[in-house]
Design a protein around this ligand. Structure first.
Ligand SMILES: [Mg+2]
Length: 331
């Protein structure tokens, strides 16, 4: 890891403090040199990057440092999961306000490293810089098992059955509760600590024709899958897996707009659905059949009665109409 612009705070001690929370990376060259050097196996590599930014994706008043560290890695692991990749390495670029408390930095490292250990992904390098707002940008890499194709958005065919993991809308409800002054609930935990579906992604790679992780709401992300696969879709709205709290507070429409669920939406050819469902049962991953892909105008989505679904705009987490200003008011 290298540092720019934080000389006053003792950059090397900050780096040492951060790294001390992670296991030593077992790679040819790890943190401390100008580049990390990796030794990939035979599988193809999947690489992605994503950032979490103060007052856009989290507020420091509401998220503990551990929550922030967890979420920064979780959103990236979710993208690896959606491709069916096995997490391997990541680099971390931290932008810290001047005089950022060392104990908060340690908290971020603890939250991140706990999730990294769970998924055996190694921190191999990064960068520190100073900035007005806290932000964490991760670049993560994973590998596909040799001979396994990645799960993409583009392989869906008419007739494929649609599945969603877990439940929808909880993270959005959690954000609404935070905005209204609630500080603790199951939904708030889903907002702060999303669980990337890495195991399901690996398992699903053997069965699915297409898939992606739901980060912008089911409606919007299903639209992405349909457009890429050049198909339309039929959703059985009454089958959507919603918690009782989400059903009461957001309803089906709100849950469809969702956002930050980080569940996987998967399309499975009908002849593979029995084996897929058995594998999910064995792996103890909850998945629900919610509809199917159909012929028709690409990206068009109907409900089971054939009514065209006017798709609510995807939920753009703390951005746009819901950006949170520094006083905590919804902007
Ligand atoms: Mg994604």
């Amino acid at each position: 890891m290298r540092t720019k612009g934080t000389q006053a705070t003792g950059e090397f001690s900050l780096i040492d403090l951060f790294l001390s929370h992670f296991p030593r990376a077992r790679v040819p060259v790890g943190p401390g040199d100008d580049c990390a050097v990796l030794a990939p196996s035979k599988g193809a590599q999947c690489i992605t990057t994503d950032a979490v930014v103060e007052d856009v994706h989290f507020k420091r008043a509401w998220f503990s440092p551990e929550d922030i560290g967890h979420k920064a890695l979780a959103v990236n692991l979710s993208d690896l999961a959606s491709m069916g990749a096995i997490p391997r390495w990541f680099v971390c670029a931290l932008a810290l306000p001047r005089d950022f408390p060392r104990r908060e930095l340690a908290g971020i490292a603890r939250g991140m490293s706990a999730l990294a250990r769970e998924h055996t992904i190694a921190l191999v390098g990064g960068n520190f810089t100073s900035a007005r707002e806290l932000s964490i940008t991760l670049t993560v890499a994973g590998e596909l098992l040799p001979g396994t194709a990645p799960i993409t958005r583009a392989g869906g065919r008419p007739g494929d059955v649609l599945y969603i993991s877990g439940t929808l809308g909880d993270a959005r409800l959690g954000l609404q509760q935070l905005l209204s002054g609630v500080r603790r609930s199951t939904a708030i935990l889903r907002q702060k600590r999303p669980v990337p579906r890495v195991g399901l992604g690996r398992l699903a790679a053997r069965f699915v024709s297409a898939g992606l992780d739901v980060s912008d709401g089911l409606a919007q992300d299903l639209g992405h899958l349909c457009t890429a696969s050049r198909v339309s879709a039929e959703l059985e709205l009454e089958r959507l897996p919603l918690s009782r709290a989400v059903r009461a507070a957001l309803g089906t429409e709100g849950a469809l707009a969702g956002g930050e669920d980080y569940e996987l939406l998967l399309a499975v050819p009908p002849e593979r659905t029995p084996a897929f469902e058995r594998a999910c049962l064995r792996g103890e991953v909850p998945v629900t059949r919610i509809g199917r892909l159909t012929r028709g105008e690409p990206g068009h989505i109907r409900d089971a009665s054939g009514r065209s679904l006017r798709l609510p705009a995807g939920f753009d987490h703390f951005r746009g109409g819901r950006r949170i200003d520094r006083s905590g008011r919804e902007g």
